[in-house]
Ligand binder design. Structure first.
Ligand SMILES: [Zn+2]
Length: 155
């Protein structure tokens, strides 16, 4: 039986009714949904899902990879949990989030989109100062040369 891990976007979508398998949701995602107006979506699916709190060592592996790909600063804590849960359960991620998909691809984790098409190629990010245009291989918030902010862009 297939194992799926859903992110918040996947839970909001109705298409997940089409999934048949073992469906898991990180505890932090459940928390995010309970805070919002999406409680009804949660009530509808709560009988089909299992809840996981990913282990710290998987979260560490995911964070390290996201730092390599340059996605770390756009991934939320719940995004990291989705990736970590997929790694821990050897499951497939259901998400339209390109940063999640990018890190998943890099780690050999399978993913499917919910409503959008999934990304075709891995994106490697670079960082460039908005002032002097110095290139940084890793994210730094402020340029060490001129003090302007640093933005990411695909290599
Ligand atoms: Zn600069």
């Amino acid at each position: 039986m297939s194992v799926y891990i859903l992110d918040t976007g996947a839970i909001i979508s109705r298409n997940i009714n089409l999934l048949s398998g073992n469906i898991w949701v990180p505890e932090s995602v459940i928390g995010e949904i309970r805070k919002g107006k999406l409680k009804r979506n949660m009530d509808q699916i709560s009988e089909y899902i299992s809840i996981i709190s990913p282990s710290e060592n998987y979260r560490k592996l995911v964070s390290e990879t996201a730092e390599e790909t340059g996605d770390i600063k756009v991934l939320s804590e719940t995004d990291i949990d989705v990736l970590s849960a997929a790694l821990e359960l050897s499951g497939v991620i259901v998400s339209d989030d390109y940063a999640i998909q990018n890190v998943a691809g890099k780690m050999g984790i399978g993913y499917i989109g919910v409503e959008k098409e999934t990304i075709k190629n891995q994106i490697e990010w670079q960082f460039r100062c908005t002032g002097c245009r110095k290139i940084y291989p890793k994210f730094v918030p402020v340029c060490e040369i001129c003090g302007h902010s640093v933005k990411r862009f695909p290599k």
